[in-house]
Design a protein around this ligand. Sequence first.
Ligand SMILES: Cc1cc2nc3c(=O)[nH]c(=O)nc-3n(C[C@H](O)[C@H](O)[C@H](O)COP(=O)(O)OP(=O)(O)OC[C@H]3O[C@@H](n4cnc5c(N)ncnc54)[C@H](O)[C@@H]3O)c2cc1C
Length: 453
Amino acid sequence: MYPRRAIVWFRQDLRLHDNEALTEALSSADEIVPVFVFDERIFKGKTHFFGFPKTGRFRAQFIIESIHDLREALREKGSDLLVRVGKPEEAVFALAKEVRSSWVFCNRERTHEEVLAQDALEKNLWSIGQEMRFSRGKLLYYTADLPFPIQHTPDTFSQFRKEVERAVPVRDPLPAPEKLPPVSLRLDAGEIPSLSDFRHVDIEPDPRSSFILKGGESEALQRLHYFVWESGLAAQLKDERDKVAGADYATKLSPWLAHGCLSPKLVFHELKRYEAETGLNDIGHWMLLSLLRRDFFRFMAKKHGNRIFQRRGIHGDADTGGADDWELLQSWIEGTTGLPFVDANMRELSHTGFLSNRGRLNVASYLVNDLKVNWQMGAEYFESVLADYDVASNWGNWNVVAGVGSDPREHCCLNVLAQAQRYDPHGDYVKLWLPELKGLPPDKVHQQHVSYY
Ligand SMILES: Cc1cc2nc3c(=O)[nH]c(=O)nc-3n(C[C@H](O)[C@H](O)[C@H](O)COP(=O)(O)OP(=O)(O)OC[C@H]3O[C@@H](n4cnc5c(N)ncnc54)[C@H](O)[C@@H]3O)c2cc1C
């Protein structure tokens, strides 16, 4: 008898714990062949509307590190990770023919480009009598557990949250497998590419950055452990989250969550455990709210499809009227608009690939409401540079800022000057990223239209 063989196609689930596709493959097949494909369209291509590099160097580096870590973890358990560069629908298909598998297991994606790739692969597999088996793995909640069908998901976050929080428990995360069956065939493991393969220069960490991101499940678990158990930071979560500077004002888990190095269910359950052990209340609840926002945007993307990318957004009624103004956009990107708080945030973003939530809200609001630039330009620039880029979270948040989201009342129009004074009262953050302003006294730092370039 031939062994029943399954391919496990890792996508945005770069971990062994709580990995449904992996767990299901192991229960169906005698042998598994894990593979990751660096999709050349994603790593070498351009963004859809405005042609930015689709995956900037910070995200590319983070994913490369995550793949090294995943390969090592799989090897430690007795298996391996094959790595390919190309189109998944061709590379995984070629592998399926080569190893004569019965199935390809993967976690299902819901956004346009990811769906095109998985549909094309499924079609190819049918032609050789094999099939795809889809699992879930991205969210806190399962669609099947929701108290409403997707098409009836409430369009306002507050309503969504009320209905879900009340009715649905968060399932336990699945454990990582203890051992894995070896890949018995002699297959080319494939080399993990480096940044230069994607035409990026190497990254020299910026000494001003308070937090060096490193991809991979083991780094993610370390950060979670540090945040919850070692540092006591979890206890301050509620009060610290809106800060803009420092390594520890929020969890900083987003890049690992975005690329699936960390399961949101695990994060939630760790915080609940911390609550139970310390007697502190409400910490799990604060985390739940953040992770629920993430789920909400994913469900909105599922419900409204490609409308999240369109100029009129999910809502579809109002056009924000923003112009495709490359000159203004460029000054925003380079951090030379003349408004120090915006410029400091934009420079931090371009030098590190990361930005606080408060920073993101302010720079996005400034682009849309003050500079009156088309919000899609900002969203695509973020798509390019963010290390934690997540399709639904990025486009969903930009929909909200631009007032074209599912709930237009959520339109976020901030007084950026007032925000700067509130969140950077002494100007320390601005001075860190705009050394030109170092000599100014605190009450002069946050002036509009400073000429420093
Ligand atoms: C214009 C704009 C674009 C954004 N683009 C992204 C993106 O591409 N990827 C991304 O993960 N987040 C995005 N966010 C949301 C948020 O800014 C980041 O998730 C957060 O700053 C990450 O830091 P943290 O991990 O310390 O968050 P914490 O405050 O510690 O929150 C914990 C986790 O909850 C989730 N979360 C919290 N707030 C949000 C939110 N508003 N929307 C979605 N998820 C949330 C994230 O997974 C985060 O890691 C965007 C926000 C704005 C305003």
